[in-house]
Design a protein around this ligand. Sequence first.
Ligand code: PHE
Length: 350
Amino acid sequence: MSAADLSELGKKLDALESGLDTAQLDLNALEAFRVQSLGRKGEVTELLKSLKELSLEDRRAVGPRVQALKTKFEDSIARRRAELETAADAASLQNIDLDLSLPASAPPRGRLHPLTQTLQEISRILSLMGFSWAEGPLVETERHNFEALNIPEHHAARDLQDTFYLQDIPLLLRTHTSPVQIRTMESQQPPLRVICPGRVFRHEAVDATHSAVFHQIEGLAVDKGISFADLKGTLETFLKKVFGPRTKTRFLPSYYPFTEPSADVYASCIFCSGSGCPICKQSGWIEIMGAGMVHPNVFKAVGYDPELWSGFAFGMGVERIAILRLGVPDMRLFFSNDLRFLKQFDENLV
Ligand code: PHE
């Protein structure tokens, strides 16, 4: 390469370098400059390619300068692009009507489902009366759900509590929370006082007052010398706490295989205070739960001596109590997952 050629190349590089200053004005000019100099067919790229054709000596003379130019361009373009972009972001924020110093809007607050609220309130009252919390599985053995509760196979009471059986395994979805009585007595020695809240299942057509999936709360107290008077006193106190201090209670004889004697327990209608209305079907009373004295056969099934121990049990539907307390006209609403319905029930109001 002649001295003239070399100085020609030097001028060319100077010219290229001076182009960088004008290219720094804005993002478009910068990008155009990048393509023009460093792009696949850019001038610097071409120069680098043409170095191959030079002699080793010439390459040593100009190569490093071209390479240095390329690095300088890359660095300058990247730095300037970052500057220009930050400035553009700041400018666009200036243009929109946005106050970044305002506090963020709070995320929507969830709340407990009305059934959970009701269940917790019932449990709270009973726990203040000395009952502790017990739970059992939703999938049960026939022994826990039926046999140990004095409901033998082929007993007519099984028809009332038809349920879902698991295929090929002798298990079923529990039809009531009473199997938790059995589990508790199998694992603890008396005296004991427990409540067993939870989900239960029945093979049942769904309508405004029936559901195939619903919730119960069971109560069980076992001690020496427990009598029907204890049962009455406990439930009267409980119902006054749930429905108000003027609530009256009524016990009608009934039948449950696992209690003897058994009763259905009614509260005076909270809507008409007992004078008769459509909700209580003009009777003035609303059925709330089943109850009774623990049957000796149940004690025998769990290995308690029925001569030594006595106890009472009761069981109620959570949906039923929620319907009454919250004035809900249709049980299906609880399971519809409709936020317009659910939002009406603030925890603090229940
Ligand atoms: N387990 C009964 C039912 O589901 C309710 C009940 C519980 C009755 C305890 C008496 C004693 O119908």
